[in-house]
Design a protein around this ligand. Structure first.
Ligand SMILES: [Zn+2]
Length: 563
């Protein structure tokens, strides 16, 4: 339990401060709920022990606390520690956001979760703020961001808002990091002083200073234009944005996958809109299992529990939590039936404990089962024949991949259940839940078979040209390879536009450094994928939010008409 270790560290005073770097928002929200989950598990364990203690007292006339008691006690203490840690005044959660619409929506939601769990948050970092610039591309970004920063200032009034500039070099290594940290401190003081003086935040503090610092640090200003004489070099490749391959007529299942922030939801939405337009005869389902409701944000529409229909395109956000609640209901029913039959046969003194133990056992379902249920619900639609094409937007977690590797996991869990039951009574049967889990494991196998089928499905990993994204993509591809899922195509998204038609200032340090860095990254990324299968999509000038913007991105990606 990483959380308990963390709580132990804070209480042991081994360190004066502890800095934790957490995962993207959807998962961080789950992390916030950990103390509550731990409490639930503790309850289950406690109930099991309660029975043990009761029986001991009944038959042995005395009960001595043993190792199990010690374990449960430590577990409860741990959960309490975590809760204390998260709600302590010296603990602070610092959301980091971008001055972009999608990030703003996500941060708002995240802040409300923090409030709900009483986790303190005072400072918010607005990262990658463009400096004032002569460069057309950068100045466009600058003005758009400035507008959003104004909106953030009014909607997040009361928080310390720190603006960190976009740097023209990757911040790596001690030197750069120290400079970045110093700029953060300066920005903090500047913001706070100005705020005190005139009641408002200063304009883009620290950014130009930091840019120049980092540029010096990064070495000589690169020669421009880059590789101008290299035949068939990167320039040619980057200049013409390669269109994504047209849809195979046999394709049924398209899966966009990648970590948060790589733009996979945007690409999934643009693809769905483009295809629904090009193939009016096909019934298309676009769905996501992201707990952060990214489809609604991206399309800028409200998608209710029943989904949303736009002509031949249906859109659904699978709620993993709800799927899990369904399983819980089914389980409770089963327990009720089972206990009813049980009490008819013989009234037992242990009955109360058993009912409670059995009912709460569902709380120790294997992690990720909710995600599996949400994703495999696609198989239900396939069996019903409701749609011709399925587009899935997902960030598969390690849990999900483990389920794909071992569809039997759901059944193992069931076996574990039965073993527990057998300790109480011999003829335990739970027909509904058994059928449900057998069905779930069949669906996982079906999904895997579908993913193996090159004609019917396409798994597209999406990444951005950074080293961190490279490592993540490498891990994902390794897992996919173990699962024998073919990869025929990858997407490198948000690649910096290359200077053409005087759009980008040849002197712009931000653009030039970005392009140099990304060229290096591109070479490494290409090696991850089969030859010529990596598509490059440039960072778009404007934000792609809402159906219209997504439709026009779709046109850029796939062309006007497909055949
Ligand atoms: Zn620029």
């Amino acid at each position: 339990m990483g959380m308990i270790e963390l709580a132990n560290l804070t209480e042991s005073n081994a360190y004066d401060s502890i800095i934790l770097d957490t995962a993207p928002t959807g998962h961080t929200m789950k992390f916030m709920q950990m103390p509550y989950l731990v409490k639930k598990w503790t309850c289950v364990l406690n109930l099991m022990m309660e029975k043990h203690r009761y029986l001991s007292k009944l038959y042995v006339k005395r009960y001595q606390p043993d190792d199990a008691d010690a374990f449960i006690e430590a577990f409860i203490k741990g959960a309490k520690k975590i809760e204390r840690m998260l709600q302590d005044k010296s603990c602070e959660f610092v959301p980091v956001m971008l001055p972009e619409i999608l990030s703003m929506k996500e941060t708002q939601r995240f802040l409300s979760v923090l409030k709900k769990y009483k986790v303190p948050a005072k400072t918010i970092i607005i990262n990658r703020v463009y400096p004032v610039s002569d460069c057309y591309f950068c100045s466009t970004q600058y003005s758009r961001q400035a507008k959003h920063i104004d909106e953030i200032k009014s909607s997040l009034h009361g928080y310390n808002l720190l603006r960190m500039p976009l740097c023209n070099a990757e911040i790596q290594g001690k030197e750069s990091l120290l400079k970045f940290a110093q700029a953060m401190v300066n920005s903090f003081h500047q913001d706070n002083n100005q705020g005190a003086q005139n009641g408002s935040l200063g304009e883009f503090p620290g950014d130009t200073r930091l840019s120049s610092l980092l540029l010096k640090q990064a070495g000589d200003f690169p020669e421009f234009p880059l590789h101008k004489n290299e035949p068939g070099g990167m320039k040619v490749f980057l200049n013409g944005m390669k269109r994504l391959p047209a849809l195979k007529s046999s394709l049924e299942f398209l899966l966009f996958s990648g970590k948060g922030g790589v733009g996979k939801t945007t690409l999934a939405c643009a693809t769905a809109l483009s295809w629904s337009n090009s193939y009016p005869e096909k019934r298309i389902l676009l769905f996501s299992t992201d707990p952060a409701h990214s489809l609604s944000d991206c399309l800028d529409v409200v998608i209710g529990g029943d989904g949303l229909s736009l002509h031949n395109l249906s859109i659904q956000e699978m709620n993993a939590e709800e799927e899990y609640q369904n399983l819980k209901h089914l389980y409770s029913e089963e327990i009720r039936d089972f206990m009813a039959a049980f009490t008819k046969r013989d009234a037992s003194v242990h009955i109360v404990f058993e009912k409670e133990i059995l009912e709460s056992l569902i709380e120790i379902a294997p992690p990720g089962i909710d995600e599996v249920m949400a994703i495999t619900s696609i198989i239900d639609y396939m069996d019903k024949g409701s749609f011709d094409i399925f587009i899935l937007d997902t960030a598969p977690t390690g849990h999900f991949i483990r389920f794909l590797e071992m569809p039997e996991l759901t059944l193992d869990w069931l076996k574990f259940f039965f073993n527990l039951f057998l300790k109480y009574k011999n003829n335990v049967r739970m027909p509904k839940i058994s059928a449900f889990l057998v069905d779930l494991s069949k669906k996982i196998k079906k999904l895997l078979t579908l993913l193996h089928d090159k004609e019917k499905s396409l798994f597209i990993p999406i990444a951005i040209p950074t080293e961190m994204a490279y490592e993540e993509t490498k891990d994902l591809l390794e897992a996919v390879k173990r699962l024998k899922i073919p990869i025929e195509q990858g997407i490198l998204n948000m690649v910096h536009p290359y200077p053409e038609k005087d759009v980008i200032g040849a002197e712009c340090p931000i653009c030039v450094n970005r392009i140099v860095y990304e060229e290096k990254m591109l070479c490494v990324f290409k090696k991850l994928f089969p030859v010529d299968s990596l598509c490059i999509i440039h960072k778009q000038e404007g934000e792609i939010v809402g159906i219209k913007a997504l439709q026009s991105l779709g046109k850029k990606l796939y062309g006007d008409a497909l055949n």
